[in-house]
Ligand binder design. Structure first.
Ligand SMILES: [Zn+2]
Length: 357
């Protein structure tokens, strides 16, 4: 069996769970929207007897302070709720991944007959308290989102106040710029957190229960034009079970994964590859614009080697694609065989060109 394929299928489930988590978080934020709007309008009516810019210094100061405080209180409450939702989703992902990992290993090594109920399972608390994503703990990432959401809403509410907007247009501004401005952050956070939980669960389950079957991990990045050079350089590397390896996700929206290497099964067979295609779109008003769409993965022939080997292969047929990824200077050195991906990266960061030469 192809273990990598099985884990990629599971990663798809984790992705779907992350979408659900984003939706649940948005529902909470939308609740914040209506309570904040109401609260701000009340404070404004209570404190100001004329438009903000014409009001006295004391009243201006008072309304600013009271509104910021009200927003902070509401956001704090909403994020208490959001924390619970995230913990639930993480718990779900840890358990689901432990189950899936057990299922895949049991199929790959049928001689090892282990009862799932007897396994040492990953613990959510340990994940929360010890796993980092680009150096930050899950809780710290959530706090960062809370702070940026609060600041964004405070800033928009002040703009509305200073511009003398009525309640309705203030509500619209808060919705458009304050709440909807956090959507992308929420989606990224959901995906990154659950990917982290999933990687943690797989790692724990195998280290604690299957160290006699699994001796190595294979690092797998995605073979397409959106993979960053840091992940690309690590792609296809092998790590022993007790050896240091980069913690995944390496960065926000990282799509990399580790696949356990089990004897007599394939840790990396034919790997899906992808590119983004570009086409001209004719609009109704007669204008044209370029549109980039990811090619369907299935339309591409699979590749068995590393990201670097794949880029080398692409040099022959589609050098422009490689140039796009590496940039002109690195491309020149790479295509002459003078620079490999590992040499472009140090300690998880892309080196300046000067240092690589
Ligand atoms: Zn990555």
């Amino acid at each position: 069996m192809n273990i990598a394929d099985e884990f990629l299928k599971h990663a798809h489930f984790v992705d779907k769970r992350a979408n659900q988590l984003s939706r649940d978080m948005l529902i909470e934020l939308n609740k914040a929207h209506s309570s904040i709007t109401g609260k701000l309008a009340t404070i404004q009516a209570d404190v100001l007897n004329k438009p903000f810019l014409k009001a006295s210094y004391a009243r201006r100061k008072k309304v600013l302070t009271m509104q910021a405080q009200a927003i902070e209180n509401i956001i704090t409450d909403i994020f208490k709720e959001i924390n619970v939702i995230i913990e639930d989703a993480a718990q779900d992902t840890l358990f689901g991944t432990a189950q899936a990992t057990h299922g895949i290993i049991s199929k790959a090594a049928p001689t090892i007959n282990v009862d799932f109920t007897k396994l040492h399972l990953p613990v959510a608390k340990k994940w929360f308290e010890t796993t980092t994503i680009a150096g930050l703990l899950p809780n710290e990432l959530i706090n960062k989102l809370e702070a940026s959401t609060r600041d964004k809403i405070i800033s928009v509410s002040r703009q509305a106040l200073i511009q003398g907007k009525g309640t309705l247009s203030m509500a619209r501004m808060l919705k458009k710029q304050g709440i909807e401005g956090t959507y992308r952050g929420i989606e990224g956070l959901s995906r990154t957190l659950l990917l982290s939980a999933s990687n943690y669960a797989k790692d724990e389950l195998i280290t604690e229960n299957y160290s006699d079957v699994v001796k190595q991990w294979r690092y797998l990045a995605t073979l397409d034009g959106r993979t960053c050079l840091v992940c690309g350089a690590d792609d296809h590397s092998l790590f022993k079970l007790n050896e240091y390896k980069p913690v995944l996700p390496q960065h926000f929206n990282c799509r990399c994964t580790y696949v356990p290497v089990v004897e007599n099964s394939i840790a990396t067979g034919q790997r899906p590859t992808g590119k983004h295609s570009e086409r001209w779109v004719q609009h109704r008003d007669g204008t044209r614009s370029r549109k980039f769409t990811p090619d369907k993965v299935s339309h591409h022939i699979g590749f068995t080697g590393s990201y670097q080997a794949w880029l080398k292969e692409q040099l022959k047929t589609d050098p422009a694609f490689v140039k796009d990824i590496l940039g002109p200077k690195r491309f020149e050195l790479f295509s002459k065989g003078k620079l490999n991906l590992k040499a472009m990266v140090t300690d998880g960061r892309i080196k300046n060109l000067k240092k690589t030469m």
